[in-house]
Write a protein that binds this ligand. Structure first.
Ligand SMILES: NC(=O)C1=CN([C@@H]2O[C@H](COP(=O)(O)OP(=O)(O)OC[C@H]3O[C@@H](n4cnc5c(N)ncnc54)[C@H](O)[C@@H]3O)[C@@H](O)[C@H]2O)C=CC1
Ligand SMILES: CC(C)CC(=O)C(=O)O
Ligand SMILES: [Mg+2]
Length: 352
């Protein structure tokens, strides 16, 4: 398997080092390559997603992605901002299905933003559509009749876009607890009414899955009130982006949530759900566990290597159960120490 490592900027390179250490311990028959992306690529080449990076991404079986978003370049033209690199990769590679699992790790209940007895029930999967919605609709600024500037971003979903993400979500629910909650804003948005109609059509093919619908404002509230009610949640790009950051604090930290971005084929991009965290970049305190868990998702989904994925997840669970905590979880372990702890847990597995 050819894996492309795109560390990016901010904390991206710091956490990528820890994932590479984990990969080295597993000693798998993989070929690694690297390329610049985001702020690092913009600084070196004047573009956040240079052609050579895109070519390498297209040729890879899987991409492990750190993060992009460098405030030094916040004021460059929008299409050259570091964040455009990840949006460009998602579009160019057809990565329409973003899987964002959130599960409570044993022993971490005290770190949740919720009461421990509420948090302990969390085991959900957000299936976020990743190629459409306001992020990819027509956008711009125009002048209103009364001479003001007005910004606009068109929210649009076609039937086929909704259908293909609905199938991913129903299949995921079949492999879990057979409950799917579709989150929309169908009381207000035409896009959401079509979304809901198509999801209901697709449901006919999955009679073993119980489908419910929830408005996104209620979903945000229910995620905090009673997150244990959710099994699989399917939603659009914007709502999924927001709800998954919220879900991360329900299980303790944004530094724990991994994701897989999948296309119709076997290729996938794997990244933590968080961004480049400029406020802590360079300080050695970023939590690398979401990055390491993203590697596990890569090995499972693109590599078909369930055993190695499970080993990594078991090692991370062990490290957390042993009380290892970074600053985000109220502890004092740095990025390197946390990566070392996972490596050590993996080595101990190997040696019985
Ligand atoms: N896929 C990507 O590369 C993404 C990029 N971004 C970009 O990242 C930049 C920063 O965005 P923010 O809104 O600040 O979101 P962020 O997710 O980077 O950070 C939000 C907060 O969470 C903390 N945090 C994030 N990851 C952490 C980790 N692994 N360990 C400990 N603490 C962690 C940060 O220190 C910060 O206080 C922006 O330029 C944004 O556009 C945001 C989300 C995703
Ligand atoms: C840079 C953003 C478009 C990405 C984001 O916030 C996310 O995918 O979670
Ligand atoms: Mg986000």
């Amino acid at each position: 398997m050819k894996i492309l490592l795109l560390a990016g900027d901010g904390i991206g390179p710091e956490i990528m080092v820890e994932a590479e250490k984990v990969l080295a311990v597993l000693a798998l028959p993989v070929t690694l390559d690297r390329a610049l992306v985001g702020g690092a690529a913009y600084a070196a080449t004047g573009h956040p997603l240079p052609p050579e990076t895109l070519d390498k991404a297209k040729a890879a079986d899987a991409i492990l992605f750190g993060a992009v978003g460098d405030p030094r370049f916040d004021n460059v033209e929008r299409h050259l901002r570091p964040e455009q690199a990840i949006l460009g990769l998602r579009a160019a590679l057809g990565l329409f299905a973003n899987l964002r699992p959130a599960k409570m790790f044993a022993g971490l209940e005290d770190a949740s933003a919720l009461r421990p007895e509420v948090a302990s029930a969390i085991d959900l999967l957000i299936v976020r559509e990743l190629n459409g919605d306001v992020y990819f609709g027509e956008k711009g600024t125009r002048t209103t009749a009364d001479g003001q500037r007005e910004g606009y971003d068109v929210m649009a979903y076609s039937e086929s876009e909704v259908r293909r993400i609905a199938h991913v979500a129903f299949r995921a629910a079949q492999g879990r607890n057979k409950r799917l909650c579709s989150v929309d804003k169908a009381n207000v948005l035409e896009t959401s009414q079509l979304w809901r109609d198509v999801v209901i059509e697709v449901a006919a093919e999955y009679p073993d899955v119980t489908l419910t619908h929830m408005y996104v404002d209620n979903a945000a509230m229910q995620l905090v009130r009673n997150p244990g009610q959710f099994d699989v949640v399917v939603t659009g790009n914007l709502f999924g982006d927001i709800l998954s950051d919220q879900a991360s604090m329900c299980v303790g930290s944004i530094g724990l949530l991994a994701s897989a971005s999948l296309s119709e084929g076997k290729q996938g991009l794997y990244e933590p759900i968080h961004g480049s965290a400029p406020d802590i970049a360079g300080k050695g305190v970023a939590n690398p566990l979401a990055m390491i868990l993203s590697l596990a998702m890569l090995l499972r989904h693109s590599g078909g290597d369930e055993a190695s994925a499970a080993r990594i997840e078991t090692a991370v669970a062990k490290v957390l159960a042993d009380g290892c905590r970074g600053a985000d979880l109220g502890g004092d372990m740095g990025t390197t120490a946390l990566g070392d702890a996972v490596v050590s847990a993996l080595n101990n597995q190997t040696h019985g």
